[in-house]
Design a protein around this ligand. Structure first.
Ligand SMILES: [Zn+2]
Length: 168
């Protein structure tokens, strides 16, 4: 019995490791294909892990009561409007994503260890997650996301937290 539990755990680790190392996502495209559908600024941030200047983003001070923020590259629903909060940091901030919609990676650039978040469907760079900052939210996490990586929609029908594999 314990052997089967170990192999189950092992398969969990190996699947997440391959997603991180090989960057395999359901919606996989080449750089040329992404360039064809993204603006230069979107490509710089979403595919090359850039960052928009603080306070510049379309959704920095955008607080609708309902709706969903989709991936600007592949349209996968990422964050619901009711998880967005005022962080004052200069970028859109959410305390939680739609379940399974974002994938976390360790990011060691700039001599820091941060948690990068990407779209689970296309691997597009969204921003970073910061924990334990003391914001009065249910998770005490701040998903700090570039507005450029997002596209707001008032239609929440696609944002029920379902796995997106079936949409490919
Ligand atoms: Zn995406």
């Amino acid at each position: 019995m314990s052997a089967s539990i170990f192999s189950f755990i092992g398969s969990l680790f190996s699947s997440s490791a391959s997603a991180e190392n090989k960057m395999t996502y359901p919606n996989q495209r080449t750089d040329e294909e992404w360039r064809a559908v993204l603006s230069p600024e979107q490509f710089r941030i979403i595919r090359q892990k850039g960052t928009e200047p603080p306070g510049s983003g379309t959704y920095d001070k955008h607080y609708p009561s309902t709706g969903v923020y989709n991936c600007a590259a592949c349209d996968a629903p990422l964050y619901k409007a009711d998880t967005k909060f005022k962080s004052g940091c200069g970028w859109p901030a959410y305390f939680d994503s739609i379940p399974g919609a974002v994938t976390r990676h360790v990011d060691r650039t700039f001599g820091m260890e941060r948690t990068e978040i990407v779209c689970s469907n296309c691997g597009g760079h969204l921003g970073h997650v910061f924990k334990g900052e003391g914001y009065p939210t249910p998770t005490d996490e701040r998903h700090c996301v570039n507005s450029v990586s997002l596209k707001f929609s008032e239609d929440e029908s696609g944002a029920k937290g379902d796995k997106q594999e079936s949409k490919v």
